[in-house]
Design a protein around this ligand. Structure first.
Ligand SMILES: [Zn+2]
Ligand SMILES: [Zn+2]
Length: 125
């Protein structure tokens, strides 16, 4: 589950990013393997897919296979300072939530592009 601390961190990050990726109007969010779409990027179901953390903690992070995280080359995560993003099943961490390496896991799409996915029971009403 997402801790209160993490929520506060993510909220602060929202303001910093000024709606570039996560505040697109008219878009919903899907995961590659998910069967539902999400209206809210903040949906806790969606948050299960991507975690946010501090780069100073990355050495202690382990993915679900007990592997370490390595910096993503695409978003130059090696020189990241502050927030980083990763997935529990991945082996890379990212400096940008908009990185294509992460977008493989969560994508912002138009509602007309969700395919056979149904609305998330939590945020889709
Ligand atoms: Zn949802
Ligand atoms: Zn990346």
């Amino acid at each position: 589950m997402i801790s209160q601390t993490e929520r506060v961190r993510i909220k602060g990050w929202n303001g910093y990013q000024q709606g570039s990726y996560i505040e697109k109007q008219g878009y919903v969010y899907i995961t590659e393997t998910g069967t539902v779409y999400h209206k809210s990027y903040q949906c806790t179901h969606l948050k299960l897919a991507i975690r946010a953390g501090n780069v100073s903690d990355v050495a202690d992070l382990r993915n679900e296979y007990q592997g370490k995280y390595y910096p993503c080359e695409k978003c130059k995560a090696k020189s990241a300072s502050g927030m980083i993003y990763y997935t529990v099943s991945g082996d890379r961490y990212h400096a940008s939530l908009g990185c294509s390496g992460l977008k493989r896991n969560i994508r912002a799409v138009k509602l007309s592009e969700v395919g056979g996915r149904g609305a998330c029971s939590r945020c889709g009403r």
